[in-house]
Design a protein around this ligand. Sequence first.
Ligand code: ADP
Ligand code: ADP
Length: 224
Amino acid sequence: MVETNLILLGPPGAGKGTQAERLQADFALAHISTGDMLRAQVAQGTELGREAQKYMNAGELVPDEVILGMIGQRIGEQDAREGFLLDGFPRNTSQADALAATLADSGRRLTGVLLIDVPDEVLVRRLAGRRVCVKSGHVYHVEFDPPKREDVCDQDGSRLIQRDDDREETIRRRLEVYARQTAPLIDYYEGAGLLRRFDGQRNPNEVHDHIRATVATLRLEDEL
Ligand code: ADP
Ligand code: ADP
C-alpha cells in the first residue's frame, strides 16, 4: 500500500480546514493542522503556547524551530503512517526544505500539493465571519455556513467562538504575510511537479468533489 501524503496550500480563509475535515474521512489520512496544534498549546497554557500566542495574535508566523519540532514528531506517529494531510504547514520555503529532508530521511515522499485559490476580498469576509467550535475546532460561517442553532456546534453541541486573530486588522496582516512568505511555495511545488489548483470560490461541496477526484487519481498514478 502506497502512502498518500498531501499538503493543503492556500491563504488564510481559503477553506483548508473545511476541506481537510472532509478529505480526512474520504481517505483515512491524519489531518495535521499546525494552527490547531498551536491553539491547543495556547489553551493548555504551556510555555510553547505562551510563546506562540504573541506571534499568532499579531498575525505573524511562529518561529520555524517551534513548528519544525512539532511537525517532525507528529508525522512519525502511528496514525500518519499510511498518509497525512498537512494544513497550514509548510508556510515558507525553509519549512518546505525541512519537510523534504525529514521525509527523505525516512524514505517517504509527497503525493501532491493542493492549492485552494481565493481572492483577497473574499478572504476578508470569510475570516471575519468564521466561527469555530471551542472543543474540536469544527468550522462555521455566520453567513455562508451557519450552524442550526446560533453559536452552538451542530456536531458536538459546544459553544462557537470567534478566533482572536480573525479581527479585521490582524486579518490584513495575515494576508500580507501569506503573500510575502507562503505564496512563493506555489512556484516551489509547481517546479517539483506536485501542484494541483482548485477554485476555492465554489461552494464547499463542489470544491470537495474536485479535490477528491484529483486525490483519487494521484493515488492511482502512485500505485502504477
Ligand atoms: P482556512 O483553514 O483555509 O483558514 P476555513 O476552512 O477555516 O479556512 O474557512 C474559512 C471560513 O470560510 C469559514 O468560516 C468557513 O466556514 C468558510 N468557508 C470555507 N469554504 C468555503 C466556501 N467554499 N465558500 C464559502 N465559505 C467557505
Ligand atoms: P489560517 O489558515 O486561518 O491562517 P492557521 O490556523 O493555519 O490559520 O494559523 C493561525 C496562526 O498560527 C498563523 O497566523 C501563525 O501565527 C500560526 N501558524 C500556524 N501554522 C504555522 C506555521 N506552519 N508556521 C508558522 N506559524 C504558523
